[in-house]
Design a protein around this ligand. Structure first.
Ligand code: AMP
Ligand code: GLY
Length: 438
């Protein structure tokens, strides 16, 4: 098969690498990809913008693609699946309408309410004054979260400690022209506390298969301190979450979501990513803790995907094709093969100044050489923000690369990842030291 992967980051690197290990995969075209991907066997790159759907369709047809896998949300929200399906090309991802689970938080919240999927209580506003008025009267001592309705690249969510911060967030999103995000519609919801988990399911419109669980370390610094980032690392483990909690996630979230979308006649095909809050605490363990959906995404997470792919033991092409072609019901439970006794740790190395000076994929003004690495070391590295200058890789955006360690337990996985990080040096590089510890 000839496979197209859309996207350019570490997530797409991990997907392309896993796909390259399938004996049934002949060639992989990554659009637009990054130059680091060229070290993967079978990979070709084509520099087309991820928002240029017409050119993506053209290149996919010209390549003779048998399957298309979509990394980021933007082309999904723009309807790349609708366009490619119209051309008869097999693609794993939701249509523009089904992508609303991620591209409109108001759609997702109303959908969850209608289908009794647990989520934080919320209200939706299109007028700034009404939102302020609501804040004056709502009684939420635990705090509120104010969110822009549409896609905002992680910049549209404000977790507020008090009313003052919430009023400011409403103003910023709806009226402040200096704010990076401007929203015509916002959601105000109750702030939740607990442990976050990213849960994934492979869906074919009618059926689903759970497809892994991971932790995303979103804050810049150790201990969860510092500003929010695109993700500084991830961890996936054979023994977390517990079997009971996995079952509850399937029953309370995945099953009613797939069924609700089918009933609404916008069947969900692709990777369903539920960002969940497990409300542990006060002697309540994960087996019995309440769980709530914080958000839906309609694709793999980055950097969760890097840890998940490291734990995937089988031929990844098989479940991906089964989902894309609506055949999950013909797959038995054993067809999804994660290692049963391993833990994967993925640590991201970022450029100096990240996340502040990183701006939508623009080149940083410092182009810094990454020191030479051996082939074995490079094999554990997923490149994301790199380009080439005079035959050397240079960092070209905020998150430059990630290193994955796999071991029998967390400590073993950490030792592998961090000993490699010690060898990869580039000026200004920074990373978290506590991935897998908390
Ligand atoms: P979202 O884009 O909706 O996932 O929000 C981004 C991040 O904000 C989440 O991963 C959480 O860390 C945080 N967040 C969003 N909603 C809530 C909430 N209701 N309570 C607590 N934290 C939240
Ligand atoms: N890691 C979170 C995301 O990809 O949205």
């Amino acid at each position: 098969m000839r496979v197209v992967v859309l996207g350019s980051g570490g997530r797409e690197f991990a997907l392309a690498k896993k796909l390259s290990e399938s004996p049934a995969v002949e060639k992989i075209l990554v659009i637009p990809g990054n130059v680091g991907l060229l070290q993967i066997n079978k990979v070709l790159l084509q520099a087309i913008s991820i928002v240029d759907i017409a050119k993506i369709v053209q290149a996919t047809i010209f390549f003779g693609a048998d399957l298309v896998i979509v990394g980021p949300e933007t082309p999904l929200a723009l309807g790349v699946v609708d366009e490619l399906e119209r051309c008869g090309i097999l693609i794993l991802g939701p249509t523009k309408a089904a992508s609303q689970l991620e591209s409109s938080k108001a759609f997702a919240k109303n959908f969850m309410k209608k289908n009794k999927i647990p989520t934080a209580p919320f209200a939706i506003f299109q007028e700034e004054a009404a939102a302020h008025q609501y804040l004056n009267f709502c009684d939420m001592p635990e705090g509120v979260v104010v969110k822009a309705d549409g896609l905002a690249g992680g910049k549209g969510v404000f977790v507020c400690k008090n009313a003052e911060e919430a009023h400011q967030a409403v103003y910023d999103l709806m009226a402040n022209r200096k704010c990076a995000v401007s929203a015509e519609k916002i959601i105000i919801e109750k702030r939740l506390y607990g442990r976050e988990i990213s849960a994934f399911a492979l869906c074919d419109g009618e059926n689903f298969i759970p497809f892994g669980y991971a932790t995303d370390y979103k804050q810049l610094c150790d201990g969860g301190q510092g500003p929010n980032t695109g993700g500084m690392g991830s961890m996936a483990s054979h023994d977390w979450p517990s079997k009971k909690l996995r079952q509850r996630i399937s029953d309370l979230v995945f099953a009613p979501t797939v069924e609700g979308m089918r009933k609404a006649q916008i069947p969900f095909k692709g990777i369903l990513f539920a960002g969940l809050m497990i409300e542990e605490g006060d002697g309540v363990g994960e087996d019995t803790a309440e769980l709530k959906v914080i958000e839906f995404n309609v694709r793999f997470g980055d950097p969760e995907c890097q840890a998940l792919m490291a734990l995937y033991a089988g031929d990844i092409l098989i479940p991906l094709v089964a989902a894309a072609s609506g055949s999950l019901k013909f797959m038995d439970d054993g067809a999804v093969q994660f290692h049963h006794n391993q833990v994967a740790i993925h640590v991201v190395m970022a450029s100096a100044g990240y996340p502040d000076i990183y701006d939508g994929g623009l080149l940083l003004n410092q182009k810094i050489l990454i020191s030479e690495m051996s082939a074995a070391e490079q094999a554990a590295v997923a490149f994301s923000g790199v380009s080439e200058q005079d035959g050397h890789l240079i960092n070209s955006s905020g998150r430059v690369l990630g290193v994955t360690g796999v071991g029998a337990n967390c400590q073993a996985a950490r030792e592998i990842a961090y000993s490699l990080i010690d060898k990869i040096k580039f000026k200004g590089a920074h990373w978290r030291g506590d991935i897998g510890l908390i």
